[in-house]
Write a protein that binds this ligand. Structure first.
Ligand code: ATP
Ligand code: MG
Length: 663
């Protein structure tokens, strides 16, 4: 019975099972965060393969990040369906382009350009447009937007009407800059990130042989995170399909967070219109998060007020999520005097979670802008907590990893394969030796930033050697290299044991037991440049994505100034207002001042009868009213935390001048 194809449908609820058992497309799964969309499509592919309906080599599953792709591949392998291609749009297109370039175009394929900025600077100089770093970055995003919206320089001017031109140029001169950039790029035999998709789509559109071969190869298409598909990606997908309907898409319009780059939830919302035969499955049960986390997520979406019209995008009717998990801790909201104090507090909480047995790989600190990572790196490093700054994406293209592999290769050629010989070096020893020759040491550096990142990625290679040596009886350096090569081809990065520090945008689709959402102040969340209703809506969705990454512990924090003693107070994010209310809290309900533990006499006054936050019973006894707990319900999580804070309060507050408002 274990081998029956239906075995992979176990552990799915009714709707998920319907989706997974619908093996012919078109199929659309519309559902909120954590409802098991990714799980359902993974099982669907496994079911299709195991029941013999799909040839695994004919399935192409498209995910949003390389990390998600790697996760899907390993899940499929463990479900008994290896060999399925799960890739990002970019990786899938790049492979096809590399393979068909010699036949379709001829000659060598252009090299891929990492950053647009250098060429744009050159193009601007030619056109005598003055630039600085900020404007070049703006130009680069505008070129990206134009390209993913499939606009040529000529098409740009008309299409961009009503859209603000990048600072310092009008639409006409930007179009000229865009053209100059394109010219320089082809003169130098380079292509950018978007070109990979454009060329692949172009090849499919213009070369019948190539199109026939690719379509022959792939029959079944699955796209995760479809709400953030761009017109360019959609065009590629249409070309892959070539009019066929073997397509399954999955998405949540409330998680659209890339529309600033040209992505659009319209394709998801109008799927039924494009495919009138489409089966649509909705999932509403949330399996990821506790009711406390789910309730905050629902509140945040429901709190959105209709704007003044005009530039307003349609707001999807939020799907109210229903948590399937047992109750967990109340989410914690705190305010700190400055960024460093906030980061130190986060590090302190991470330590205490670790003491309670949490794995560091199950903890993430998420923020709006990458620039915010510095304070957290510093605080975690000085608390001796390891962390990984980026996700495991592009691990094998990092310079230090390429260097390490080259050094290991050289060493494996020199090494005599005298297996079994007497104090002979073990693979982990050999790896440590080789890596120390390129400057790595077993002790973590105290500095942060690039040095630390480099150290962490090499440490992951050492940890992998340790792990494999423990798992395998005979293990040689050559085998280790073969394993690295294989993982490199599959973009299967070794996991770095440590807290994840990531931007909200890159956290999409992922989950952790404990999530810290830091820097929730006006200017960062929503970000300063989000001005229109449309842009504010996207910020709200971004925070929604952040909240729904947490399985159990959720911490929302902000600092009232950037630097200690700095002038200019920062206001708490507007999005925290409904969240506070939903937690049954007024601002500053309990204030913990440095050195003092008493609740503030200004504790907020409540309206109406006070009920027990556990069972809802109306309370009459003063001490119970204060605790908002009847005699029988257990203390609230934040009260427990409050006790914990009291224990280290004095020393800690002295050190950090902590002024946390526990609310
Ligand atoms: P997101 O919108 O964030 O991408 P999602 O809808 O893709 O979320 P998944 O990541 O597939 O959700 O699932 C969320 C979590 O719930 C995962 O840990 C998954 O294993 C678990 N899960 C999903 N469905 C079930 C189920 N039927 N029973 C138990 N656990 C489930
Ligand atoms: Mg998902």
């Amino acid at each position: 019975a274990q081998d029956a194809p239906e075995a992979v449908l176990e552990g799915l609820d009714e709707e998920q099972r319907t989706a997974a058992a619908t093996l012919t497309g078109p199929l659309c799964i519309l559902a909120g965060a954590g409802t098991g969309k990714t799980r359902a499509i993974t099982r669907r592919i496994a079911y299709g393969v195991r029941s013999g309906v799909y040839d695994p080599h004919r399935v192409l599953a498209v995910t949003f990040t390389a990390r998600a792709a790697a996760e899907m591949r390993s899940r499929l392998a463990s479900l008994g369906a290896p060999g399925v291609q799960a890739r990002t749009f970019h990786a899938a297109a790049l492979r096809q382009l590399q393979y068909f370039w010699p036949v379709a175009v001829g000659g060598t394929m252009p090299q891929i350009l990492d950053h647009k900025v250098r060429l744009l600077a050159e193009a601007a100089k030619r056109l005598r447009i003055t630039t600085d770093r900020a404007s070049l970055r703006d130009f680069a995003s505008e070129v990206e937007w134009a390209k993913v919206s499939t606009l040529t320089p000529e098409g740009y001017v008309e299409a961009a009407t009503g859209r603000e031109a990048p600072a310092g140029v009008d639409h006409q001169s930007f179009a000229r800059l865009y053209q100059a950039y394109e010219d320089l790029k082809s003169d130098q035999h380079l292509m950018d990130f978007e070109d990979v998709l454009l060329f692949t789509a172009g090849m499919l559109e213009n070369d019948e042989r190539v199109a026939a071969q690719i379509r022959q190869q792939y029959r079944h298409f699955v796209v995760d995170e479809y709400q953030d598909v761009s017109p360019l990606q959609q065009r590629l997908l249409d070309n892959w399909l070539g009019g066929r309907e073997e397509l399954c898409v999955v998405g949540d319009a409330a998680q659209t967070i890339y529309s600033f780059t040209g992505a659009s939830p319209d394709y998801l919302m109008q799927f039924r219109r494009s495919y009138p035969q489409a089966e649509v499955v909705k999932l509403i049960r949330d399996y990821r998060s506790t009711p406390q986390v789910v309730s905050l997520a629902n509140t945040l979406l429901a709190d959105r007020k209709p704007g003044l019209g005009g530039n307003e995008a349609p707001w999807p009717t939020p799907l109210q999520l229903i948590s399937q998990r047992e109750a967990g801790p109340t989410p914690v909201l705190t305010e700190h005097p400055d960024d460093d104090a906030e980061a130190a507090w986060v590090a302190e909480q991470v330590s205490s979670l670790q003491e309670q047995g949490a794995a560091l790989s199950q903890i993430a600190v998420l923020y709006r802008t990458n620039g915010q990572s510095q304070a957290f790196e510093q605080a975690l490093a000085s608390a001796g907590i390891s962390y990984q700054l980026r996700g495991s994406e592009r691990f094998f293209s990092r310079r230090e990893i390429r260097e390490a592999m080259a050094a290991l290769r050289t060493s494996s050629l020199v090494q005599q394969p005298e297996a079994g010989g007497e104090p002979e070096e073990t693979v982990p020893e050999a790896v440590r030796g080789v890596l120390s020759s390129i400057g790595w040491s077993a002790k973590a550096p105290t500095s942060t930033g690039a040095v630390r990142e480099r150290w962490e990625s090499l440490a992951a290679v050492v940890a992998l050697a340790d792990q494999l040596a423990a798992e395998r009886e005979e293990f040689t350096l050559r085998e280790f290299l073969a394993e690295l090569d294989e993982r490199s081809a599959a973009q299967h990065a070794p996991t770095v044991e440590g807290v994840t520090l990531a931007s909200l945008h890159s956290a999409k689709g992922l989950e952790w037991d404990a999530v810290f959402l830091a820097g929730l102040c006006e200017g960062l969340m929503p970000i300063t440049f989000a001005q229109t209703q449309r842009e504010i809506d996207e910020e709200r969705r971004l925070l929604y994505v952040g909240i729904t990454r947490a399985r159990k512990h959720l911490y929302l924090s902000h600092a009232s100034a950037r630097h200690a003693g700095g002038r200019g107070r920062r206001k708490a994010s507007r999005f925290l207002i409904p969240l506070r209310r939903s937690l049954g809290l007024e601002p500053a309900a309990v204030k913990i001042a440095p050195g003092g533990g008493k609740p503030s006499p200004n504790a907020a006054t409540r309206k109406g009868p006070v009920t027990c936050a556990g069972c809802g019973e109306v309370l009459t006894v003063a001490t119970q009213i204060k605790r908002r707990r009847c005699e029988t319900c257990p203390p609230r999580y934040d009260e427990q935390l409050f006790e914990h804070l009291r224990a280290w309060r004095l020393d800690y507050a002295k050190r950090l001048q902590l002024k946390a408002f526990m609310v």
